[in-house]
Design a protein around this ligand. Sequence first.
Ligand SMILES: Nc1ncnc2c1ncn2[C@@H]1O[C@H](COP(=O)(O)OP(=O)(O)OP(=O)(O)O)[C@@H](O)[C@H]1O
Ligand SMILES: [Mg+2]
Length: 213
Amino acid sequence: MLDPYVYSGTNILKNVLGIQDRQTLDDAEADYVSLRLRELAENPLEGNYDVAHLTKMHRYIFQDIYEWAGKIRTINIEKEEPALGGLSIEYSDKTKIENDLSKALKKMVSRPWADLSLDDRVKYFSEDLAAVWKVHGFREGNTRLAVTFCCQFIEAQGIPIDRTIFEKHSTYVRTALVAYSAVFHDLGDLSKKEYLERIIWDSIKNGPLSGGE
Ligand SMILES: Nc1ncnc2c1ncn2[C@@H]1O[C@H](COP(=O)(O)OP(=O)(O)OP(=O)(O)O)[C@@H](O)[C@H]1O
Ligand SMILES: [Mg+2]
C-alpha cells in the first residue's frame, strides 16, 4: 500500500520536526503528547462530544508533531496485532469514518449515565470507548485520543475516573481494546470484553472524587 503519511521508502510518519529516525520520533512524540494530555486533564477542551469535538482534540494532542493533526485519515489502515497472531482489527473503511464516529458518539452521549449502576456504567463506558476506538479515524494516535476524549466525557457527566491508570497500563489498555474489538467478517466474533471492563472498573472505582463507593 502506498502510504502518503510516511517518508518514502520508510515506515516513519512525516512530521513537522523533520525527524526520520523511529526512536527519536517515538520519544519526541511521547514527550509532546504527554504534555498536551496533562494540559487537557487540567483544562477540558470545549465541545459537544461530536465528531468536530473529537477532531479538535486530535489536533490539540498532536499539534506539535503532525501536520495532519485533527484531520480524518484519507487511507485505509491495518495494524498487525501480536495479540491476534498478527491479524489486524477491521478498522472503519475510510469512506465510513465520519458516519461511524458520529454513530458511536451519539450512542455515548444519549445514555442516562447518572441513573446507571456502577456495573452498567462500566459495561456501557467500555462499549462506547471501544466503539470510538474501533473506527481508528486518524492515521495515528487513536488510542490516546479515544481514552482522553471518553474520559473527559465521563467526567463531564459527574463520574470521576482515574486517567493515570490508562497511562500507566497503556500496553494493557491497547491489548484490551483489541480483544474487545476482535470481530471479523470471515472469522466471526472472537471478542473478549472482560479485560477492558476490568480496567474501566478499576479506573471508575478509583476515580479521584468517587470516595471508593
Ligand atoms: N493514555 C495514555 N497516556 C499517555 N501515553 C499513552 C497513553 N496510551 C498510550 N500511550 C503511549 O503512546 C504511545 C503510542 O501508543 P499506541 O501506538 O498504542 O497508541 P496510539 O498511537 O494512541 O493509537 P494507534 O496507534 O492505535 O492509532 C506508546 O508509547 C504508549 O505507551
Ligand atoms: Mg500508535
